[in-house]
Ligand binder design. Structure first.
Ligand code: AMP
Ligand code: GLY
Length: 423
């Protein structure tokens, strides 16, 4: 089978790695990919939001399935583009259509969906420039900390958590009146703060049935002890040690089933991954967000724990046969540690040569922000490499990742040495 993966991060590298293990793969293209995916399949240079360019690649290479990594093209309607084109509409796209992608693309849409289907989530109200004064009044009624969320996509930066009422009011005004996040903050959701421990569930649905993929916990802050700025993710662990059977059953009954049923009740077709960000408050799961894709770096621990053939799994998804699919999961733990460019998530330099990847033993290196220059692998982004290992428990797996990280070097390389510290 000929498959095209859209995206260029560690997530897409993990997809490519998993696909490459299938005997059913004939041609594997990654667009635009990175230096790691170039070794697994063939990279095609294009912009994932240039649908005409994607069409050309798909037709020229007789692509039989497209797997969408990031949210952007989904929110922009890449799946709809395929359905509306006579030469593409028979080709399955793994990833929801534009309407359903609002579950990630609009915080308000997601909140309304959760309320409609009685899915537990934080109380909220949403405001616009016109209702700014009401927003101030709503903040006055809440206890600190205050949670402000830009409605639209803001590259992971749209959520602000503020301890001080005055700061919260200022930020609300910045977002609504001064368009702090541009178009994304023309509407702002203000939410009750939830105090608890976070984890994520991953679901793959064919629109009718679903399978639950391994769960994971990621570490978003740049600094050790969960201090400092938010990043895309500095490491992840799967499975989440505190997620026992009782909790997992609650998550399935109260969150996953009502989500899938809710989509059906609302008549919203959905084929693809759903990444559900959860927060446990006194052992009760509440949803903090939906993403309409896999997480990064969560994918780098979730995918390695899937034993089933990935082509078969996604074919079953495309053909509405997930109900009959027997998903096999590796019982071992998997952990990943992200190696990032010094300065990330703020300014950082690119083009630094990376040494030592070939010396890594018993871990898998998923490349993220890398490219090839003069036949050398160089840094090309903030998050550069994800070093994933297996172990009988996450401590063992982490030990192996850190041991192998000792062999990798690039100028100003940074990483967190405390992944899993809170567990
Ligand atoms: P999001 O972009 O929705 O994932 O939010 C980013 C992060 O903000 C989450 O991973 C949580 O750590 C935090 N967060 C979001 N909503 C809340 C909330 N209602 N209460 C506490 N923390 C939250
Ligand atoms: N690691 C968080 C995300 O992918 O959104």
């Amino acid at each position: 089978m000929n498959i095209l993966i859209l995206g260029s991060g560690g997530r897409e590298c993990a997809f490519a790695w998993k696909f490459a293990q299938s005997e059913k793969i004939e041609k594997l293209l990654i667009a635009p990919g990175n230096a790691g995916t170039a070794k697994i399949g063939e990279n095609i240079l294009l912009n994932v939001n240039d649908f005409e360019a994607i069409k050309n690649v798909v037709l020229k290479n007789n692509i039989q399935m497209v797997v969408v990594g990031p949210e952007d093209p989904l929110v922009n309607g890449v799946h709809d583009f395929f359905l509306n084109d006579n030469s593409l509409k028979h080709i399955p796209v793994i990833g929801p259509q534009k309407y359903a992608a609002q579950l990630e693309g609009s915080k308000e849409f997601a909140k309304e969906f959760m309320i409609r289907h009685e899915i537990p989530t934080a109380k909220y109200e949403s405001f616009t420039k016109e209702t700014l004064e009401n927003g101030f009044k709503f903040l006055e009624k809440l206890e600190p900390p205050y949670v402000l969320k830009a409605d639209g996509l803001a590259a992971g930066k749209g959520v602000l958590i503020l301890n001080d009422l005055k700061d919260a009011k200022n930020e609300l005004e910045e977002m609504l009146a001064n368009e702090k996040f541009g178009e994304a903050s023309t509407k702002v959701v203000i939410e009750e703060f939830l105090d608890g421990i976070e984890m994520s569930s991953f679901v793959l649905t064919d629109g009718d049935n679903y399978v639950i993929l391994p769960n994971a916990k990621d570490y978003k802050r740049i600094g050790e002890g969960d201090k400092g700025l938010n990043t895309g993710g500095m490491g992840a662990i799967s499975p989440v040690p505190f997620a026992d059977e009782i909790l997992l059953e609650k998550i399935e009954e109260r969150v996953i089933k009502p989500t899938i049923d809710g989509l059906k009740k609302d008549g919203i077709p959905y084929v693809g991954f759903i990444f559900i960000g959860l927060i446990m408050v006194e052992n009760e799961p509440l949803v903090i967000e939906y993403n309409v894709r896999m997480g990064d770096p969560e994918t780098e621990v979730v995918i390695p724990r899937i034993k089933s053939d990935f082509v078969e799994l996604l074919n079953a998804t495309a053909n509405r046969k997930l109900g009959e699919f027997n998903l096999k999961i590796d019982n071992r733990s998997a952990t990943t540690v992200m190696l990032v460019s010094g300065g990330y998530p703020e300014n950082y330099e690119k083009g630094k040569e990376i040494f030592g990847i070939e010396d890594v033993e018993d871990s898998v290196v998923f490349q993220a922000g890398t490219s090839i220059a003069n036949d050398k692998i160089v840094t090309n982004g903030g998050r550069v490499l994800a070093v994933t290992s297996y172990g009988d428990n996450f401590h063992e797996a982490l030990k192996l990742s850190y041991k192998n990280i000792g062999k990798i070097k690039f100028d100003k390389m940074n990483y967190r040495s405390d992944i899993g510290f809170d567990l």
